[in-house]
Design a protein around this ligand. Sequence first.
Ligand SMILES: *[C@@H]1O[C@H](CO)[C@@H](O)[C@H](O)[C@H]1NC(C)=O
Ligand SMILES: *[C@@H]1O[C@H](CO)[C@@H](O)[C@H](O)[C@H]1NC(C)=O
Ligand SMILES: *[C@@H]1O[C@H](CO)[C@@H](O)[C@H](O)[C@H]1NC(C)=O
Length: 446
Amino acid sequence: MVPVLPILLLLLPAASFSPVAHAKGRHGHSLKPHAVCSGLRVFPSSNTTWLPLHHRRGPCSPSYSTGSRTSTTTNILRRDQLRADDIRRKLSKKGDVTVSTALGTLENTLEYVVTVELGTPAVSQTLLVDTGSDLSWVQCRPCPVPPCHRQKDVVFDPSKSSTYSSFPCGSPACARLGSQYTNGCSNGQCDYVVKYNDGSNTTGTYSSDTLTMTSSGVVSNFLFGCSHAEQGFSDPDRTDGILGFGGGTQSLVSQTGGRAFSYCLPRTASHTGFLTLGVPHISSSRFAVTPMYRFRNTPTFHVVILQAITVAGRRLGVPPSVFSAGSIMDSGTIITRLPPTAYRALRAAFRAEMKMYPPASPISILDTCFNLTGVRRVMVPRVALGFDRGAAVELHSSGIMQYGCLAFAPNGDDATPGIIGNVQQRTLEVLYDVGGWAVGFRRGAC
Ligand SMILES: *[C@@H]1O[C@H](CO)[C@@H](O)[C@H](O)[C@H]1NC(C)=O
Ligand SMILES: *[C@@H]1O[C@H](CO)[C@@H](O)[C@H](O)[C@H]1NC(C)=O
Ligand SMILES: *[C@@H]1O[C@H](CO)[C@@H](O)[C@H](O)[C@H]1NC(C)=O
């Protein structure tokens, strides 16, 4: 799969502690956010096309409503495991995605939204950002509920857009959809399907229209799915669809020249991050840069090679070869997945640094939890990730623990590719320099 690279020595930050400003008790486990949005604190590396980005359940989110149902921690983590399992299944090509019925209705695992405009006249659409899929889609009229889900914005009506067109069956664009997304023909129109790693899917008409990101960021013939039916997307977040940022030909990045995009995921749901599109190749020395890879059997995932982890400045005694299956950079997976050999070493080092806090019972996939009841300031040891070619990335204090637990989990075996989840990416500008085959990390970006 991934070429194994020469082992490089890494210089990582010295031992020290960083305080967590907003430690939560173990009992506040629902993700119900504070009612206020703390506003914008955003520093993109480039002012090409950029958009504010929000946690979909946060008060800064355009799809937020105070009456939103909040998910329980265990449900969120079970869905997260489903996504990780299905990424693995997709990579191993052992047949189709299977849906776990144990969850009842699946809510998709994606977490972050941006607002763009579609069509002429432009209609605002709030879409989830997914680096783990390629074809984008929005709900389109007619879209009865169910099978469609309720959304906060007006449902996009193709008949009211002067720039909209759909692709007939047998058109070259329809043929280029490829077997992954092809779903036959209805009423002479080319049908698409997108099946997600978490078991959800959407079907409808393969279409094009004008996508306006900002006044200077306009994609005139943006190819997307006009969704008329779905499975597995539920009401509470009321988003309108998904923007695909994968490495395949259908993704927004590939459609806009395949150069680059970046995002910064905010530290909490009450903060604002950003998404940029079309940023130039990495040149700034402010980025820690590592090569980007693709798996041979799917172009979708953006892959990096993690090689080392340090806790409180001390490098774990894990040989870089343990990580040689590669790690997928994913905006949609919450918890980072590591080879079990690396996870065990991380857990031991983390527990040693956290020994002043009483342990607590595991929560779902998280097995290193602490009873932080009544603790005003939790001192979390610094954790840094070292990537191929010496890129060292110190995680923000909000990127180490979640729900009072160490926010990492082991894969089934060391041969399974890891996943760098979105908790660990918080406050970093993650630059996917697709044209330059590199991923960059810039600290303190939002
Ligand atoms: C950023 O925006 C400012 C003001 O609009 C402009 O002067 C500057 O050239 C821009 N920089 C880049 C890198 O686009
Ligand atoms: C979408 O998911 C549902 C429920 O799992 C399934 O019954 C249906 O066949 C799927 N549709 C497609 C086109 O794969
Ligand atoms: C957590 O600690 C508090 C205060 O020390 C204690 O009252 C409580 O019982 C502990 N909770 C658990 C689940 O151990």
